[in-house]
Design a protein around this ligand. Structure first.
Ligand code: BGC
Length: 757
């Protein structure tokens, strides 16, 4: 089918225009035009042509260089054999649909991300894909973002650890990664134009650390530049993002690729650090060559990008062949079971025990499961587990019905339909569709016990029905084997071990960015700063339905023996013991938060700084050691332009979740004493706060006044507070006795020397 007549294209006007673009014609270069460059005889036009694709998915095969195929990603391979699009409209070859990132985020387990990615790599190679476009690693700023199902978490550490495991395993498996969407791409509304207005501390502490970790620790083949603008400049031609930060600061040496169709000014994008434009765009290739010829672009810039693309092409193997679809389906089931989150389990209604004789299974998703999201990540699954059938297989001699009336236990499969959330648009509400709420309530009224299993890519509200039911399992979107995984969890074949990677609020209005999402008139202001997700809820003590990190299981765990050892000026080692106090095997996520008010900036009430998932048999214990480096205590200082650990008290907290702390210990860190250079425009407060100059100034002021003897300490403190925001220059005018000549010059010099006399 031609793209232009595809009925869905009316919903996707961008696809309509790009559908015309994906095959480009190029005249072969004349021999005279060929110039030998380091043994590779290609001319400028050929080099430029390598800097955009040949078509929708393939790089240009220039002068014997093999083409490389890029394909979505991330939780399964979307390899299109014929009609191509980047919105998941046309079919792709069958591949395993593993749990999307929303589910993997809830596993809190890098091994889950890694095993998934290794299998995706094997399928990519079999399907002829060299670079798999993912993982998506944007932070969930609002529960409304239509692509939240493709992202891991509202927390940068959790996101970064999982994405790093994914990229390492994918690349170890022979397929390149493309971490996306760099950066501050946290909504779908106006996604190709909106400017995310974010201050640097917020970028550094919330929106960039996951990318930083993955670039430094996993060396992804490519980084995908986002569609949106960041502080007014399109991410695809943002010199600070693509060169200063990514390459010079973080040491990225791979290819920066555009999101599909993101480039608006090719030459500016190339200069800013964007190497490869996708899909193919012959007009822009010609623009690059012209710019070199007219002297507005240095050929060396082209050469650098060409070298990077060349290195990438040929680095990844895609030999084509088979993959083991059965084994991958079984893996998808195993991984999905690690991801579902048991939110509520009153009276231990789950797992379904022998006393339950009749089980009713209701709800649209029991027979037509929803297991992935819409858009570019849409995978054509090799098969799909149907929950009702999987439950029947495990129910043994229990009677399974679809009528809840009088049933011992009813399971309602509820959630969001495909059209409710997708790439390309954001939701406007977190409510479940009204008919789903009605179904849950009617079932709860008819059956003895009711369990709700949710399928949704973005957070949904549980209000209006939560208290009517006995158990709630948040299944997110679990991939093609989710039906089997849920059955395993309900019947206790596996114990749930997922934890929320995002807060479930009571009301949408309670979320931090509510007044600033999705922005207006082309701009979205990240006014909540670093107070995203639980950082906000915990800091302002706003109640939530379920906090970040929450999740139940079928056994119990206890934490004991927390010990925090300071190992340096700004580092610590944390030890604790975890014991399985229940009567069955289970997994527990140790969550370590750091709370502090040290330093000159407002800190969130607590921040996740380390975590690990442990598996324990009944009665067994294990000692967990977590090392905290300087970043676990640091904030981004905008005046210094770097990370800083302020001297002061830091409380290491072990949380059952972000709002329930079960053990804590406070330590003092020496940190870094900032000896600021003082001027006459520095405030009185800054002068007195200076570790060397402050006491000295106080001494000299005291020496010059007779008032001192009559003024008490409390009164002095009060006076100081009144004047501390005055620039010293003005304060000097209030002094009864002027300071001796030269005093201030001497003290300013002392401050410049960092306090050394
Ligand atoms: C999406 C990317 C995707 C690309 C190719 C874009 O619309 O934003 O995530 O990888 O299309 O399909």
């Amino acid at each position: 089918m031609s793209a232009a007549v595809h009925p869905d294209l009316d919903r996707f006007p961008l696809a309509r225009s790009w559908a015309m673009l994906w095959v480009k014609e190029k005249a072969p270069p004349s021999p005279a035009e060929r110039a030998a460059t380091k043994g590779w005889a290609v001319n400028l036009d050929q080099k430029a042509s390598l800097l955009s694709g040949k078509d929708m998915w393939t790089t240009e095969p220039v002068d014997g260089l093999p083409p490389a195929v890029l394909g979505d990603g991330p939780h399964g391979v979307r390899r299109q054999a014929e009609d191509a699009d980047h919105l998941g409209i046309h079919d792709s070859l069958p591949a395993t649909c593993f749990p999307p990132a929303v589910a993997v985020g809830s596993s809190w387990d890098p091994a889950v991300a890694g095993r998934l990615a290794a299998a995706v790599a094997a399928e990519a190679r079999a399907l002829g894909v060299h670079v798999v476009l993912g993982p998506g690693m944007n932070i969930k700023r609002s529960p409304l973002c239509g692509r939240n199902f493709e992202y891991y978490s509202e927390d940068p550490l959790l996101t970064g650890v999982l994405a790093t495991a994914h990229v390492r395993a994918l690349q170890a498996g022979g397929a390149g990664a493309s971490v996306k969407h760099f950066a501050a791409n946290n909504q779908e509304t106006d996604r190709m134009r909106v400017s995310a207005e974010v201050d640097e501390r917020t970028l550094r502490e919330i929106y960039l650390p996951a990318f930083e970790r993955v670039v430094k620790q996993a060396r992804p083949a490519t980084v995908m530049a986002a569609y949106n603008k960041v502080n007014g400049v399109p991410a695809s031609r943002h010199p600070w993002l693509l060169t200063t930060l990514l390459r010079e600061e973080w040491g990225f040496d791979g290819v920066v690729v555009s999101d599909w169709g993101a480039v608006d000014d090719r030459v500016a994008a190339l200069k800013a650090g964007l190497d490869l434009e996708m899909p193919g765009n012959p007009g822009n290739d010609a623009r690059i060559a012209r710019a070199v010829r007219d002297g507005s672009l240095e050929e060396a810039t082209v050469d650098r990008a060409v070298a990077r693309v060349r290195t990438m092409v040929g680095q990844w193997r895609a030999e084509r062949g088979d993959f083991d679809a059965d084994a991958h389906h079984a893996l998808a089931r195993e991984l999905a079971a690690e991801c579902a989150v048991l939110l509520k389990n009153d009276g231990g209604v789950l797992p379904i025990g022998p006393r339950v004789r009749t089980v009713a299974v209701v709800g649209p998703f029991a027979t037509k499961p929803r297991f992935q999201g819409g858009g570019s990540s849409h995978v054509n699954p090799t098969r799909v587990d149907v929950p009702l059938e999987e439950i029947r297989k495990l129910a043994g001699d229990r009677i399974v019905t679809t009528d809840p009336a009088g049933a011992d236990l009813a399971i309602v499969f509820a959630g969001l339909a495909d059209a409710d959330e997708s790439e390309g648009y954001d939701r406007t509400t977190i409510e479940l569709p009204a008919e789903q709420v009605r179904l849950i309530r009617a079932t709860a009224a008819a059956a003895r016990r009711t369990v709700v299993v949710l399928s949704n890519g973005g957070v949904v509200s549980l209000e209006g029905w939560h208290d009517d039911v006995d158990a709630v399992m948040e299944g997110w979107l679990l991939g093609q084997a989710g039906g089997g995984a849920v059955a395993d969890l309900l019947f206790g074949v596996t114990a749930p071990s997922g934890r929320l990677a995002e807060t479930i609020p009571l009301r949408l209005q309670d979320t931090a960015c509510h007044l600033n999402f999705p922005g207006e008139q082309g701009v979205v202001r990240y006014g909540e700063g670093v107070m995203v997700g639980y950082r906000f809820h915990e800091t302002v003590e706003r109640p939530v339905r379920y906090p970040f990190g929450h999740g139940l299981t079928y056994t119990g765990f206890a934490v004991s023996g927390l010990a925090v050892e300071v190992t340096g000026d700004d580092t610590a080692r944390v030890r604790l013991t975890v014991t399985n106090t229940g009567d069955r095997h289970g997994k527990h996520v140790v969550q370590l938060y750091v709370a502090t008010s040290a330093g000159p900036v407002r800190r969130p009430a607590r921040e996740l700084r380390a975590f690990t998932k442990v598996a324990l048999d009944p009665g067994a214990s294990t000692t967990v050691t977590l090392d905290l480096d300087a970043r676990a205590f640091a904030y981004w200082d905008v005046l210094e332009g770097r990370w800083l650990v302020a001297p002061g008290a830091y409380t290491v907290q072990i949380g059952e979740n972000a709002s329930t702390i079960v053990a804590e210990e406070t330590v003092e860190l020496a940190g870094e004493v900032l000896a600021k250079e003082l001027t006459l425009d520095s405030s009185v407060g800054e002068w007195f706060a200076h570790p060397a100059v402050g006491p000295e100034l106080m001494r000299r002021l005291a020496a010059g006044t007779t008032e001192e003897r009559h003024t008490g300490a409390a009164e002095r403190a009060g006076l100081l507070r009144m004047v501390e925001s005055l620039p010293l220059r003005q304060f000097l005018g209030f002094l009864p006795t002027p300071l001796p000549e030269g005093t201030l010059t001497e003290l300013m010099a002392l401050s410049r020397r960092g306090g050394r006399t």
